[in-house]
Design a protein around this ligand. Structure first.
Ligand SMILES: *[C@@H]1O[C@H](CO)[C@@H](O)[C@H](O)[C@H]1NC(C)=O
Ligand SMILES: *[C@@H]1O[C@H](CO)[C@@H](O)[C@H](O)[C@H]1NC(C)=O
Ligand SMILES: *[C@@H]1O[C@H](CO)[C@@H](O)[C@H](O)[C@H]1NC(C)=O
Ligand SMILES: *[C@@H]1O[C@H](CO)[C@@H](O)[C@H](O)[C@H]1NC(C)=O
Ligand SMILES: *[C@@H]1O[C@H](CO)[C@@H](O)[C@H](O)[C@H]1NC(C)=O
Ligand SMILES: CC(=O)N[C@H]1CO[C@H](CO)[C@@H](O)[C@@H]1O
Ligand SMILES: [Cu+2]
Length: 590
């Protein structure tokens, strides 16, 4: 190692040690100690560690139209999308990495997979096909409740995140299947899913959801974007379109020197990588014109939060978050993204004072109180925009798009009926003793996924959920089918007393919840005031969210039966937590 590398090694080692020290570590390998090997392997490998930034152009994933036009009207079609093992170059100077990817064929599969563009109210049928090999490319932990097929193979099942669809098409963790449907999970019923696309227009994504494998299968590459368009709403907004409407799918990864993706064999509470990829490339660059661009920023990391800014201070005009537009655009200079969170923004590069603009990240990890701070040389940067020289008579530069004055009328909390039920949802973590057969993990309300359902909302109603975080981390709450919006975030007083009481009694009444829910109120950020699919739940607070089990755009019940088997789930979207097992069943009633 050269002196500069050695210096950086020391910094990195220090950072990793701090991460380990920052967490309670009741057992030796509950932490990040093994990650030192990976850090070292990266340091020893000049090609990986000395990766030059901004040498790969930002790719755009292929767009697949999820409808046909027949006599001028959109109509349903069926797509076939497969899952393939291939290799992918994450950087010009890295060896090819074995990955799992979605694609319409082996040749066209990409990391992330193709973006599906569906049309509002036009159902789309997708046949999901598993072409994966007999064994996973990444290790999984048998101490975590995991889908295990009789005949080998990689269990998969696809969940359309944010989708409003009946339970049989939700991609239940128990509805998995292996190659050619050879083995199938207990809730498996069909090969082809029907997505009704009845909800408001916005940004969704699809990803794997097989029991106990979500964190490794997404890490391996089974994730992609999905859009529901509704021209009646979107055309009048006059947003940037076509080549100026881009997805940025951000994901952090850690690699071995041979290019393979690194993850601990044993389940760890959070996966962090120091290499930031956007659309499958490490620290890419994008050449842009001096004009407005629409950027749909999706955080597809396992556990990393991002706090992004542009290096020259250019603002983001936020027009939507997750799968809904806002009431009106909100202008901010930084965005905090949790895992699985989406911000839909417009950036006006014509106002740039510089020709190169870096997208920076400053979120500590684990978020928000972890002692690890992103390294400006590594995870402190995301990508770079490079402004193209102006050419004469270049039509492409003419910009008729705008930041609309108004968004949609249904984004506000009061656009839906008042709640009919109030629930308390408590997030815990437990530390298994060294000799336990189960690993350390997390859970909700003292219960596990396989325990009987306790959340049974009535389809067509809204509810208030008070979500209490008894852990040290921020957890992004994700509810299948329903859509949610934070109402209030209030800090808890005497947190230690309340936490130890809850750990003992697991009962908010006996633990005098009301007497602790009296701290200061933290405002809900303006850019998150719309119907979301993940709401960040900060530590030491009770976050009250309104959950709508209806179509918020029309205030009508779902035009399908949402009460069938196998039901839905709600969970934390830190994938490592979801797998083990911050996840509970959700069953709608008529
Ligand atoms: C890369 O190295 C790791 C660690 O030694 C190993 O587990 C993995 O199988 C290797 N990958 C390939 C493609 O050889
Ligand atoms: C995000 O970054 C901005 C700008 O650097 C800073 O003001 C803000 O406090 C950060 N937010 C969080 C939650 O870290
Ligand atoms: C991205 O999403 C993952 C989960 O999917 C989450 O753990 C992570 O914190 C998010 N990161 C950002 C930058 O939003
Ligand atoms: C496991 O460890 C606990 C304490 O850590 C101890 O009380 C228990 O006896 C151990 N069990 C076995 C089977 O060794
Ligand atoms: C926690 O409380 C729930 C609901 O009151 C109960 O069903 C569950 O068994 C309790 N769990 C533990 C570990 O005490
Ligand atoms: C109830 C509660 O506040 N639990 C934890 C939330 O997170 C903080 C860390 O920021 C812990 O100190 C609390 O115990
Ligand atoms: Cu979590």
């Amino acid at each position: 190692m050269g002196p500069r590398i050695q210096q950086l090694a020391a910094v990195l080692l220090a950072a990793a040690v701090v991460v380990a020290a920052a967490r309670d570590e009741p057992r030796k390998n509950y932490g990040f100690d093994h990650s030192l090997d990976a850090v070292m392997s990266i340091l020893n490998c000049k090609t990986t560690f000395d990766l030059q930034k901004y040498v790969d152009a930002l790719p755009q994933m292929a767009k697949i139209q999820g409808y046909a036009i027949w006599h001028g009207r959109p109509r349903s079609i069926q797509l076939t999308i497969g899952m393939y093992q291939k290799t992918w170059k994450f950087h010009r100077d890295m060896p090819p990495t074995p990955v799992f990817m979605y694609g319409q064929s082996r040749e066209t599969a990409t990391f992330p997979g193709p973006t599906i563009v569906a049309r509002h109210n036009v159902p789309l049928y997708v046949k999901w096909k598993n072409h994966l090999p007999d064994t996973h490319i990444l290790p999984w932990d048998p101490k975590v409740d995991t889908a295990i097929p009789k005949h080998g193979g990689v269990p998969t099942v696809v969940h359309l995140h944010s989708g409003a669809h009946p339970p049989e098409y939700d991609g239940s963790a128990f509805a998995w299947f292996t190659r050619d449907f050879r083995d199938r999970g207990p809730a498996w019923t069909r090969t082809t899913y029907r997505y009704p696309n009845v909800q408001a227009p916005g940004n969704l994504w699809y990803h794997d959801h097989a029991l106990g494998l979500t964190r490794v299968s997404l890490l391996a590459g089974l994730l992609a974007a999905y859009v529901i368009e509704k021209p009646e709403i979107e055309t009048p907004m006059n947003l940037p379109r076509g080549a100026h409407d881009l997805f940025l799918v951000i994901a952090d990864r850690k690699f071995y020197t041979n290019g393979s993706i690194y993850i601990e064999k044993e389940w760890q509470p959070e996966y962090f990588g120091e290499i930031i990829t956007v659309n499958g490339k490490a620290w890419p660059f994008l050449a842009v014109h001096r004009r407005r661009y629409r950027l749909r920023i999706l955080n597809a990391s396992n556990a990393r939060y991002f706090n992004i800014t542009l290096s020259n201070g250019l603002p983001f005009h936020v027009i939507g978050s997750d799968s809904s537009y806002l009431s009106k655009p909100v202008t901010v200079t930084n965005l905090v993204l949790s895992p699985a969170e989406i911000f839909d923004v417009i950036v006006d590069f014509s106002l740039s004072s510089t020709t190169g603009i870096e997208m920076l990240n400053s979120a500590r990890y684990p978020f928000p109180n972890g002692d690890a701070v992103p390294d400006p040389k590594l995870d402190g940067t995301v990508m770079k925009f490079v402004i193209k020289r102006k050419r004469k008579l270049d039509d492409d530069i003419l910009d008729n798009s705008e930041v609309p004055e108004h968004g949609v009328s249904y984004a506000s909390l009061t656009s839906v009926p008042p709640p009919v039920v109030m629930r308390k949802i408590t997030m815990y973590e437990y530390f298994a003793p060294n000799n336990a057969t189960k690993t350390t993990g997390l859970y909700i309300n003292g219960l596990q996924l396989r325990d009987p359902v306790t959340e049974t909302p009535k389809s067509g109603t809204t509810e208030l959920w008070q979500v209490i975080n008894l852990t040290g981390d921020n957890h992004p709450l994700h509810i299948h089918l329903g859509t949610l919006q934070a109402v209030k975030m209030q800090e808890l007083s005497n947190v230690q007393t309340f936490t130890s009481c809850m750990v003992k009694l697991n009962d908010t009444v006996k633990c005098n919840f009301d007497q602790h829910a009296n701290g200061i109120t933290v405002p809900v950020p303006e850019e998150e005031k719309t119907w979301k699919n993940v709401v960040k739940i900060p530590p030491g607070t009770v976050t009250t969210v309104k959950v709508a089990f209806l179509l918020v755009e029309s205030n009508r019940p779902y035009p399908f039966d949402a009460t069938t088997e196998p039901g839905f789930v709600y969970h934390c979207h830190i994938l490592d937590h979801e797998d083990n097992a911050m996840i509970r069943p959700l069953k709608l009633l008529r």
